[in-house]
Design a protein around this ligand. Structure first.
Ligand code: NAP
Length: 279
């Protein structure tokens, strides 16, 4: 019998998935490190999710990234779930283990923090409260990560208040739910200000917030990365704040998966950013 080494395959699973930058990012890293492997987009309907995930390891897949709308559903399929994925209630990274088990993790929060540490090394999470706008799936990862790194208080507002209240009951007393109209007071004295809504994305209205009380010492960041610099970040920068765009979060959340699947810790540097931006 000939023992052919298998070429590792990885997919990003979602629907739609054609817009995902992940294939360009992982494809760049595979070329850069000379690794024989493939990373492909896979558009899967909800009804096919479980059967596809069970079959993929037998087809040579070593793992997957998961995006909208499957991030929550994969937790019902995975055999092993990391604490942070369980806390967030969603997974973005799957590992198909040699023992046949599907392991689920969420690296969005770690990617969010790594991006801030890389681009604003002076940022001190404990320096003051954070003001977080939006309470969707990404907000859950951001809030878990902010609490983990020692932010003392999180002021949270969402268009649909019930979603923010749900985060308060899941994450506890550090979360102070506010009405959107209180944005001015939320930003006043905040050391960290985060847009986790989809406002500001190309094709959507801008996020418009009263920034009169924004401290020039504050760090302002946006999860949106198309455009790279949102109107919200432009206005915050004009007021003297340090701003960090959302592209680095996408790059950093991808690194742990790449390392697990392909055995190489990838660099997240200017060349990586340029490769993804030019794809
Ligand atoms: P999601 O679960 O659909 O949540 C969307 C959020 O945006 C909710 O808080 C929603 O409020 C709010 N929103 C949408 N339209 C709004 C409007 N017109 N006015 C006020 N609020 C509005 O999406 P998600 O997964 O959290 O993603 C949110 C954003 O983060 C997206 O732009 C996504 O691309 C980006 N993201 C970036 C990264 C990265 O690596 N940089 C990672 C994950 C996500 P309601 O609850 O009231 O609907």
């Amino acid at each position: 019998m000939t023992d052919h080494p298998r070429i590792p395959l990885v997919a990003v699973i979602g629907s739609p998935v054609a817009h995902s930058r992940s294939p360009a990012l992982h494809g760049y890293w595979l070329r850069r490190y000379g690794i024989k492997g493939f990373y492909i987009p896979m558009d899967l309907a909800q009804a096919d999710l479980e059967s596809a995930l069970r079959m993929m390891p037998r087809m040579g897949f070593v793992g997957a990234n998961v995006t909208i709308p499957h991030k929550e559903a994969v937790l019902n399929i995975a055999d092993v779930i990391s604490d942070r994925a369980a806390l967030i209630g969603a997974a973005n990274t799957l590992i198909f283990r040699k023992d046949g088990k599907i392991q689920a993790d969420n690296t969005d929060g770690a990617g969010f923090i790594a991006n801030l540490r890389q681009h604003a090394p002076h940022w001190l999470p404990s320096a003051g409260p954070a003001a977080v706008f939006g309470a969707g799936g990404a907000a859950r990862a951001v809030i878990a990560a902010l609490i983990e790194v020692g932010v003392p208080e999180i002021r949270l507002a969402n268009r649909t208040r019930a979603r923010a209240d749900a985060l308060r009951s899941d994450f506890g007393a550090k979360i102070h739910v506010q009405e959107w109209v209180q944005a001015d007071a939320m930003i006043d004295g905040a050391a960290t200000v985060v847009n986790t809504t989809s406002l500001g994305m190309t094709g959507k209205p801008d996020l418009v917030l009263p920034l009169g009380s924004l401290s020039p010492q504050a760090l302002v960041t946006d999860l949106v990365y198309t455009p790279l610099k949102t109107q919200f970040l432009i206005e915050a920068e004009e007021r003297g704040a340090t701003v960090v765009d959302g592209l680095g979060m996408l790059l950093h959340q991808a690194a742990p998966g790449f390392e697990r699947w392909f055995g190489q810790r990838p660099d997240v540097d200017d060349a990586t950013r340029a490769a993804v931006l030019s794809a």
